[in-house]
Design a binder for this molecule. Structure first.
Ligand SMILES: Cc1cc2nc3c(=O)[nH]c(=O)nc-3n(C[C@H](O)[C@H](O)[C@H](O)COP(=O)(O)O)c2cc1C
Length: 186
């Protein structure tokens, strides 16, 4: 049984990202432990770039904010799923703040082995997600993480719009199809 943390990157409660994250979690819960954490419930400040996390014991950050709770969940998880709305062809600022705060911990202290990505945007453009997908692939490679897959939902602008496409079923299927972690060295 895997321990999966789903980070929701939209402050719009009950919005499209929330719905997709919950559909993924419903699927994944059939075989794994799943926790959902939303930026709507946490106030995480952006990284200060001080590199203090390289020197602090346990890779801790000098900032005292809600990132402490996020670190705790991340220490518990072996699989991380980032769910974000597309904001100006990138992930949301709230999600980016969390990701940047993983600067040293991702390398040194966390046991995250796998990553997944759920994105939703209003446009129908075929290349809508390309900038984020490029970053995602770079992160996978840099940290040597396994890709569990992606869900890309286009054409969803208003709250609940995602219900009219097949994004929710894709998210559920991605969760339900999540395999056990491969043994290291096997
Ligand atoms: C600040 C902002 C920037 C956005 N930029 C884009 C964009 O570049 N491309 C796009 O397709 N949708 C964009 N959107 C639309 C959202 O991605 C879309 O409404 C999404 O469904 C919001 O997810 P949520 O309901 O979880 O908040 C933007 C929305 C906001 C608020």
């Amino acid at each position: 049984m895997s321990r999966v943390l789903v980070l929701v990157g939209s402050v719009r409660r009950g919005g499209n990202t929330d719905l997709l994250a919950r559909a993924f979690a419903d699927g994944a819960r059939t075989a794994h432990e799943v926790e959902i954490l939303s930026v709507a419930d946490s106030n995480v400040h952006p990284c200060l770039g001080c590199n203090g996390c390289y020197e602090m014991e346990g890779g801790r950050c000098i900032q005292q904010d809600d990132m402490s709770a996020v670190y705790e969940k991340l220490r518990w998880a072996d699989t991380l799923v980032l769910a974000s709305p597309v904001y100006f062809y990138g992930i949301s600022a709230q999600m980016k703040a969390i990701v940047d705060r993983l600067h040293a911990p991702m390398r040194n202290t966390l046991g995250i082995r796998r990553l997944g990505l759920i994105l939703v945007g209003a446009a129908e453009l075929p290349d809508l997600f390309d900038p984020i997908l490029l970053q995602y692939r770079m992160v996978l490679r840099f940290f040597g993480l396994e890709d569990i897959g992606t869900v890309l939902a286009r054409g969803a602008r208003d709250k609940g719009d995602v219900r009219s496409g097949n994004g929710l079923s894709q998210a559920y299927e991605l969760g339900a199809g999540l395999q056990e972690l491969r043994q290291e060295g096997v």
